[in-house]
Design a protein around this ligand. Structure first.
Ligand code: AMP
Ligand code: FE
Ligand code: FE
Ligand code: ZN
Length: 285
């Protein structure tokens, strides 16, 4: 069977494979198509598409936008997006500025408390990446303050911990509008990962549908067969499509393999054909 993986992170955000290496990996696994869906960034897309053309892997340009829904961080995937679309720039620049300011404040808090950590050094360590808490954790690990990223989140950077700072996010409506304006198909990422009780999950899906989100990510590394079945049923009920991907992050999430997830995934190429049909139905707002 021709399989695909429509949820992959690279060094353009918090994955560990550079875009080209991610596509090489997809080729070696025999995947027919992948989508590069970095957090709030399309900077890895051009390199990935060039590699895909060379290696015979279809690379769908994508993004995963962090958005605010009822004070929760809800992720919206955008497929077939034009990475050069002018509508994308101001939004991604705003997100980047927010992140840069937050990183500066986090670094200052560590420095104030006498930690030997340097944002300039962090930027050198990850020149192409959108820096975030995982990078801080790895930096702290290299400096010997902690022995795992998990420990870094538990002691320092997890929500409610002393070096945690919230991040302002764009609204879910703005995320959808931006993806559509850039020619993309908006999809609700990993709907079960927000841990809503069923009635609230249904409200999220109904809101997503009303805002123009076209599909639900029903196939996902961390979903049980029951969760996938529930989402397939919901998609049908609400007249939405389905998509699927592993959320591969390279060695930053060692339990997730490209293509097969935690061993549970085998997404057929027809899934991409369905998304392509939804694209034709999308009109810019
Ligand atoms: P940030 O965008 O800087 O807020 O960092 C978010 C990233 O941190 C996401 O990619 C998560 O996968 C990762 N993350 C959040 N909480 C944890 C945790 N407790 N352990 C490991 N990674 C985490
Ligand atoms: Fe991530
Ligand atoms: Fe996500
Ligand atoms: Zn992701």
């Amino acid at each position: 069977m021709n399989c695909i993986d429509l949820h992959i992170h690279t060094t353009a955000s918090d994955g560990t494979d550079p875009p080209r290496a991610a596509v090489e990996k997809a080729a070696s696994l025999g995947l027919a198509a992948v989508s590069i869906t970095d957090h709030d960034s399309v900077s890895g897309v051009p390199e990935a598409m060039r590699a895909g053309a060379e290696l015979g892997v279809e690379v769908v340009p994508g993004i995963e936008v962090s958005s605010d829904y009822r004070d929760n961080n809800v992720h919206i995937l955008g497929y077939f997006i034009d990475p050069a679309a002018p509508e994308l720039r101001p939004v991604l620049d705003w997100v980047k500025t927010e992140r840069d300011e937050r990183n500066e404040k986090i670094a200052a808090m560590f420095e104030r408390d006498g930690f030997d950590i340097s944002l300039a050094q962090l930027r050198e360590e990850y020149p192409d990446s959108v820096l975030g808490r995982p990078h801080f954790c790895e930096h702290l690990m290299r400096k010997g303050y902690i022995s795992s990223v998990k420990e870094g989140f538990e002691k320092f950077l997890g929500e409610g911990k002393p070096y945690y700072l919230p991040k302002r996010r764009i609204s879910i409506a703005k995320a959808v509008e931006t993806i559509v304006a850039a020619g993309g198909v908006p999809v609700l990422a990993h709907p079960m990962q927000y841990h809503y009780p069923e009635p609230e999950l249904i409200e999220l899906i109904e809101t997503a549908k009303a805002l123009g989100i076209r599909a639900l990510e029903a196939y996902y590394s961390e979903f049980s067969a029951e969760q996938t079945a529930w989402l397939l049923h919901a998609a049908e009920k609400y007249g939405m499509g389905v998509s699927g991907g592993s959320d591969y992050h390279g060695t930053r999430k060692t339990h997730i393999s490209m293509g097969t997830g935690c061993g549970n995934l085998a997404i057929p190429y027809s899934g991409l054909e369905e998304l392509r049909k939804l694209r034709r139905k999308t009109s810019p707002v």
